[in-house]
Design a protein around this ligand. Structure first.
Ligand SMILES: NC(=O)C1=CN([C@@H]2O[C@H](COP(=O)(O)OP(=O)(O)OC[C@H]3O[C@@H](n4cnc5c(N)ncnc54)[C@H](O)[C@@H]3O)[C@@H](O)[C@H]2O)[C@@H](O)CC1
Ligand SMILES: Nc1ncnc2c1ncn2[C@@H]1O[C@H](COP(=O)(O)OP(=O)(O)O)[C@@H](O)[C@H]1O
Ligand SMILES: [K+]
Length: 478
């Protein structure tokens, strides 16, 4: 599991550690890791032109000490100071002693930035508030235009460490070296996009058990995937019921069933008006015309993709005492009170537009504050909320760490791919995973399948469903 902690937690851990270590030890560790990463990016340090953008805090200090190390190895290092009188004094002395140059920004430094091979962004780290101020924004822009490799120190300046929100201008890095732990802003968009490839440098922080945000990795997903055993039969593996599609949108039913068949349940029941289309593609589906209560036993329900105005189906399914996943059209008919009243798990899987409607806000507000939005949804509905989109997020009903999916690809933004995800995650619910695990494992496999299906070229939703088998095998290491 990759874990990310908020700035206040990092600071508390740092204080605790600093009390036990000689002064400057932590910054020394950070700078050593930073300089090593910079050297790797440069391939040849001797003679390389390095510019440090230095703000007024310890983030600038890290950049200065790392710059001193690079200067000692023969790089030509210039520090551009945004607030010369407040730049880290120890770092400045170290850089000067190592032969580095110092210019006063923001006016100075333009020529050096334009010629640089590498620019280190030490403007702000976890102490940054709001977007970059105009003088810092100008330097960040010059860095972007220079063609240099851009390396952010701890996190790209202008990105909110705790949320990934980017409230104004921000540094756009090719890579980020972060210290002690990941920060939520490095994993959640739009912050993640600004961070490039992230490397973690351990500095010895002792962090609490529960992070703010976590990302499943291969081993975590492998451990959570349902696997049939010798005693399994189709009912013990779980049966998932799918209520999807309509005369107008029969395809949504086919895609949701396609996802469900790949999710580990032993059987898929389909209830609705698109049975013919479903059977034509998947003869193994158990179909019935409805109502859902008469379809036979299921261990979970998926309701919503393409159902149009069928509010009764949603109400009926929310009244069932098994795990339920509500997606797409179904979300419009899901009353918060009805969801809250349920005792079995509920998973809601909106995209940003649907989440905005559920929260009574706008799509842009959800996109710019994804972490806050997914937490608010989970809280309001007392359910697991999966917010789709770039860096899909999953929040559980009881608070706790939010899961961020690391496998997504923008190629998944294709009509119907969400239907595949709903069937898949619903099937994982039927197989016995809890809401948070079913949703986050579903998103992980779905993202991998999207990558395999696309492989550098557009893929359509059915291909994503077909690639789910390869995603399972990949996770299982087969
Ligand atoms: N906390 C830790 O465990 C460690 C922290 N270290 C470094 O220390 C950093 C935190 O240092 P600080 O607390 O001094 O804070 P920062 O260096 O992140 O930033 C604080 C300074 O930036 C200015 N500032 C804030 N928002 C700004 C904006 N939008 N535009 C321009 N300037 C802005 C503030 O006036 C303040 O002086 C970390 O990100 C990391 O790089 C490391 O040295 C190692 C250990
Ligand atoms: N920019 C993006 N990056 C990564 N994944 C994305 C992006 N945009 C959308 N997706 C993914 O594509 C899928 C689209 O689902 P959805 O919006 O419900 O579409 P539909 O209703 O057509 O099926 C979701 O899994 C979502 O997370
Ligand atoms: K930074």
């Amino acid at each position: 599991m990759r874990s990310a902690y908020e700035a206040e937690t990092v600071r508390a851990a740092e204080r605790e550690l600093m009390a036990r270590l000689p002064e400057g030890t932590l910054m020394g560790r950070a700078a050593a890791g930073l300089a090593a990463a910079a050297a790797e990016l440069l391939t040849r340090v001797y003679g390389a032109r390095v510019v440090l953008l230095v703000g007024s805090g310890d983030n600038g200090g890290d950049a200065l000490y790392a710059g001193a190390r690079l200067a000692r190895r023969g790089a030509g290092v210039t520090a551009v100071l945004l607030a010369p009188e407040r730049a880290h004094p120890g770092g400045l002395t170290a850089l000067r002693r190592a032969g580095g140059r110092v210019v006063r920004g923001p006016g100075g430094g333009a020529a050096e930035i334009a010629r640089a091979d590498l620019v280190l962004d030490g403007i702000t780290g976890i102490g940054g508030r709001g977007g970059l101020r105009p003088e810092a924004a100008g330097l960040a822009r010059a860095a972007r235009e220079s063609g240099a490799v851009l390396l952010a120190v701890d996190l790209p300046s202008g990105v909110d460490a705790d949320t990934g929100e980017v409230p104004g201008e921000a540094f756009r890095a090719d890579a980020t070296v972060t210290f002690g732990t990941y920060k939520p802003g490095l994993l959640v968009d739009p912050g993640r996009e600004h961070a490039g490839a992230v490397r973690l440098v351990e500095i010895g922080l002792d962090l609490p058990e529960a992070p703010a945000v976590q990302a499943l990795q291969y081993a975590d997903v492998r451990a959570l995937l349902p696997a049939p055993s010798a005693e399994s039969d189709k009912y013990r593996r779980g049966v998932v019921g799918v209520v999807a599609g309509s005369a107008r949108y029969p395809g949504a039913a086919v895609l949701a069933v396609a996802g469900a068949l790949h999710g580990g349940a032993g059987a898929v029941r389909y209830v609705g008006p698109a049975a013919e289309a479903v059977l034509a593609r998947f003869p193994e589906t158990l179909v019935s015309a409805g109502p859902p209560a008469r379809a036979g036993r299921v261990q979970s329900w998926v309701v919503g993709p393409g159902i149009g105005e069928n509010a009764e189906a949603v109400a009926e399914i929310l009244a069932a005492d098994v795990p339920v996943l509500v997606d797409a059209d179904g979300l419009r008919h899901a009353e918060a009170a009805a969801v809250r009243a349920r005792t079995a798990p509920t998973v809601l899987t909106p995209h940003a537009g649907e989440a905005a409607a559920l929260l009574g806000t706008g799509r842009a507000e959800v996109e710019s504050a994804r972490l806050a939005s997914v937490r608010a949804l989970a809280d309001r509905f007392g359910a697991t909320a999966l917010l789709k989109g770039s860096t899909t997020l999953v929040a559980g009903p009881a608070g706790g760490p939010v899961r961020v999916n690391p496998t997504g690809t923008p190629w998944l933004a294709t009509a119907g791919s969400g239907d595949v995800l709903s069937g898949l995650a619903g099937s994982l619910l039927a197989a016995g995973l809890d809401g948070l695990d079913a949703a986050s494992v579903g998103a992980y496999l779905h993202g991998l399948a999207g990558r395999f299906a696309a492989d550098g070229a557009p893929a359509h939703a059915f291909q994503v469903a077909e690639a789910l088998g390869a995603a399972w095998r990949d996770v299982r290491g087969e």
